[in-house]
Design a binder for this molecule. Structure first.
Ligand SMILES: Cc1ncc(COP(=O)(O)O)c(C=O)c1O
Length: 371
């Protein structure tokens, strides 16, 4: 029995994260912004950020200011970009924490400039251009004028310009090539007018893999950093792996007579005498309340039976007669010769791998290997 004493936890090998960062740097030949939003895609933002920076990442990317401030509090001193919305009311916190914001709207730009002028500090910015994602971003037709106007404001420092791809994980789609060419035209036009921010960036994991022309001088990997493929059409290069294993324990093993109802709603009844185990995982941990789940016990695949509860669910253990209370059970990752990956879980849950890992609940302790 593992001696950590937890009933459910995540094991994350930080050397695997470092290796992935090194591989992404080798492939892109550029600086890397490790995207650690959403608690480092469920892996724990602070630990992943530290490992990524140790391996050579020079930037961290997050969605929200709160995530950026948490990283500063955990001792990260590198560049941090907030890629989502930040209220102009928070400019003091932004400047005091030396964080870089994304700007994509004229009125917000004006509000940021006024706040920074009032406070007397320099506000670091990356401009987001919408070349086709249909989400945040200034339109390329007006970007030129927008950027020139911002450059005239004394307290704004424009360090970067970037865009985001909608379909980079579907390499045969023409959308990415169109977005890329629009972005290149804009960057060229700006340079001709003497506007040349230090960082030009566009590539998420899929674009790093599928579109070398999108690498520019900074890439923004998220899912590949954690060792998961962006999509079925975009497999990972060799050398990038997941270091995540989701574990729990058998908390009870009982033999029920034929015809016994199991868990809420009795949607499962034993068809013979059956050995039924409980594990300490439920939908509050990010496990889904759907039929057809599978877990690994003693290196074998066993079915989850009955409804998944908030903190527990039940396994059919007839194929593992030696299983006993305290045994480790794996829900995601390897056990012996068997393996359940995030893509398999995602398929069962009717979603994709990103949602599986980002949904790993905060209450699961994260145990880091190779710290
Ligand atoms: C602006 C931006 N850049 C980069 C990423 C990283 O994307 P991925 O996890 O697909 O590499 C994201 C994630 O959604 C993002 O929103």
């Amino acid at each position: 029995m593992n001696s950590n004493g937890y009933s459910a936890w995540l094991e994350i090998d930080l050397e695997v994260i470092r290796q992935n960062v090194r591989e992404l740097m080798r492939i892109s030949q550029t600086e890397v912004m490790a995207v650690v939003k959403a608690n480092g895609y469920g892996h724990g933002a602070a630990a992943v950020a530290r490992a990524a920076v140790e391996a050579g990442a020079t930037w961290l990317g997050v969605a929200r200011l709160e995530e950026a401030i948490d990283l500063r509090r955990s001792g990260m001193h590198c560049h941090i970009l907030v890629m989502g919305y930040t209220s102009p009311e928070r400019v003091t916190d932004v400047i005091n924490n030396n964080i870089c914001l994304t700007i994509y709207d004229r009125q917000m730009g004006e509000a940021y400039a006024r706040q920074a002028e009032k406070l007397g500090g320099i506000l670091r910015l990356h401009i987001k251009v919408d070349t086709g994602m249909g989400r945040l971003g200034i339109s390329p037709d007006t970007a030129h004028e927008f950027i020139e106007a911002l450059s005239r404001r004394p307290k704004l420092s424009i360090e970067g310009i970037f865009t985001h791809f909608a379909c980079a994980d579907e390499p045969i789609q023409p959308t990415t090539a169109r977005q890329l060419s629009m972005f290149e035209d804009l960057v060229r036009g700006l340079r001709e007018h003497g506007v040349a921010p230090r960082y030009i960036h566009s590539a998420n994991s899929a674009a790093i893999i599928n579109f070398p022309a999108a690498h520019f001088d900074l890439v923004r990997p998220g899912i590949a950093l954690y060792g998961f493929p962006p999509s079925a059409d975009t497999p990972l290069p060799a050398g990038i792996h997941s270091g995540l294993v989701w574990k729990t324990r058998l908390t009870s093993v009982r033999t029920f007579p034929e015809g016994h109802g199991i868990s809420y709603g009795h949607v499962y009844h034993t068809s013979n005498e059956e050995r039924i185990g409980s594990i300490a995982i439920g939908y509050a941990d990010g496990y889904r309340r759907v039929p057809g789940n599978i877990a690994l016990v003693r290196g074998k695949r066993v079915p989850v039976v009955g409804r998944v509860c908030m903190d527990q669910c039940m396994l059919q253990l007839d194929s593992v007669p030696d299983a006993e209370i305290g045994d480790e059970v794996v829900l995601l990752g390897r056990q012996g010769d068997e393996h359940i990956n995030a893509e398999e879980l995602a398929e069962r849950w009717g979603t994709f791998n990103y949602e599986v890992i980002c949904g790993l609940s905060a209450r699961l302790p994260r145990i880091y290997l190779n710290k």
